[in-house]
Design a protein around this ligand. Structure first.
Ligand SMILES: [Zn+2]
Length: 173
C-alpha cells in the first residue's frame, strides 16, 4: 500500500455489488433488480515536505447506484452514490488517531495489507442517506387521496341502519 501510494500509482476497476456484503445486506432491490457494479479509482501520491518525511496520500473516487427503500412510499428506489475522498497515511495507529482528530482529511495507519475494498465499503456505508426518499414517488396520488378522504369521514359516524335506509329509499325512487 505504501509503495502503491508513494509511486503515484493509479488503479481503477469494478467490483460486483454482491461482493460488498455489508452494503449488499442493507439494500432492497426489486424482485427483478440486481445490484450494480461498484466503480472505483485510486490514485496514490507522495508529497515531498522539506525537512520532514514525505506525506503519503490516496485519492479515492467511487461510484455506484444502490437500491434503497423510499421512506415515503416504501417502494424500492435506485439512489446514485458518488464519493471522492482524500486519505492520508501515516505510520502507526496512535499517530493516525491523533492526526485524524486534528485534520479535516481522513487519516489511516499504513499497513501492508490495506484492503481497498473494505475501505471503499466503509466510505459507501457512511455516504448512505439516512432517510432515503424519491424526489417524486411513483404512486403519490393514491396515498394523498386516502389521507385527504379521512377527515371528512371521521367526525360524523353515520348509524349503519340509517345509511341502509337511505340506500333503500334511494333505490326505490
Ligand atoms: Zn417513494
Amino acid at each position: 500500500m505504501a509503495a502503491f501510494a508513494a509511486d503515484g500509482e493509479r488503479q481503477a476497476g469494478h467490483w460486483p455489488g454482491e461482493s460488498l456484503t455489508r452494503l449488499a445486506d442493507l439494500q432492497s432491490p426489486p424482485s427483478d433488480g440486481v445490484l450494480a457494479d461498484v466503480a472505483w479509482q485510486a490514485q496514490g501520491e507522495r508529497r515531498v515536505v522539506p525537512g520532514s518525511e514525505p506525506e503519503i496520500w490516496l485519492a479515492l473516487a467511487v461510484n455506484t447506484p444502490v437500491w434503497l427503500t423510499c421512506q415515503r412510499c416504501l417502494q424500492p428506489m435506485a439512489e446514485p452514490l458518488a464519493l471522492a475522498r482524500r486519505i492520508r497515511f501515516v505510520h502507526g495507529e496512535s499517530q493516525a488517531e491523533s492526526m485524524d482528530a486534528e485534520l479535516e482529511e481522513d487519516v489511516l495507519a499504513l499497513s501492508r495489507s490495506l484492503d481497498l475494498r473494505e475501505l471503499v465499503e466503509d466510505e459507501l456505508l457512511l455516504a448512505l442517506p439516512l432517510v432515503p426518499r424519491h424526489g417524486a414517488c411513483p404512486q403519490p396520488l393514491n396515498v394523498s387521496a386516502d389521507i385527504a378522504a379521512l377527515p371528512d369521514e371521521a367526525p360524523s359516524k353515520p348509524n349503519p341502519f340509517s345509511a341502509l335506509r337511505a340506500l333503500k329509499t334511494g333505490g326505490s325512487e
